[in-house]
Write a protein of this length. Structure first.
Length: 242
């Protein structure tokens, strides 16, 4: 990719330092990947494509505008390949108790933080229909940005003998970023298919992809990730058992 989404946000000095310091080297793929779909819910995407973000945030303060629905077909493409190859597929369930106590201090960081558009079991917190999970998929309930924090995610990854996480969803500057940094910290190969990630702020999206690609993950085209998955053999069930 000759031009990257973050290029127009970089200064000339940034570009020189990037080259001199050697950032952005490819980490590559492993042999045992899992697909992870992070927070691709109605309260992040909106109820249907075509709604302006300005209107959407009046309903859901977490609304990411058209970027969310644009990412969905790219995620769906990888999801279908992963199912055909019997690869593990993880989802986050980002939802709260009605009294919001499990949000902790997060409520105080937004003047609309107490609005109840993230209550467990509601339409708002469901994964959008084209990506709906199946019974064999693994749902990770989380209350903080990283899916590793206070969850069984690592235990599942160990059991399934995963070495590569393909991370999709939102937001690039929030839960996707936090989960990617933790995946890197636990020595997983982290891959972000660029077209599958989205955020509510264009600049945050671009610069977080830049920073993640510099240090923690390979941010690469979805086409390249699809080709990698297609070339894999069909995975045997539960390789970590026994």
């Amino acid at each position: 990719m000759s031009e990257r989404i973050w290029d127009r946000f970089l200064t000339e000095k940034d570009k020189r330092i990037y080259q001199l310091a050697g950032y952005g080297k490819r980490g590559g793929f492993g042999k045992r990947p899992a697909l992870f779909i992070i927070d691709v819910q109605y309260n992040f995407c909106g109820d249907a494509p075509g709604q302006s973000q300005e209107d959407g945030v009046k309903q859901y303060r977490t609304h990411c505008g058209e970027a969310g629905w644009k990412a969905v077909p790219h995620i769906e493409r990888l999801m279908k390949i992963a199912r055909a190859k019997n690869l593990p597929i993880f989802y986050t369930q980002s939802e709260r108790r009605p009294d919001m106590i499990d949000s902790g201090v997060q409520v105080g960081k937004n003047h609309r933080g107490a609005e109840k558009t993230s209550v467990a079991g509601t339409h708002a917190t469901q994964t959008v229909e084209p990506l709906a999970p199946r019974p064999e998929d693994i749902l990770i309930g989380k209350r903080k940005p990283s899916a590793f924090f206070g969850t069984l995610f690592m235990s599942h990854l160990n059991f399934l003998d995963v070495d590569t996480l393909i991370l999709t969803g939102c937001t690039t500057s929030g839960c996707l970023r936090a989960t990617t940094v933790d995946a890197y910290s636990y020595n997983f190969k982290a891959i972000i298919p660029e077209e599958t990630a989205f955020d509510r702020f264009e600049s945050s999206h671009a610069m977080n992809l830049f920073d993640l690609n510099c240090k923690y993950a390979d941010v690469i085209p979805t086409d390249e990730v699809a080709a990698y998955l297609e070339a894999l053999p069909v995975r045997e069930s539960n390789p970590g058992a026994g």
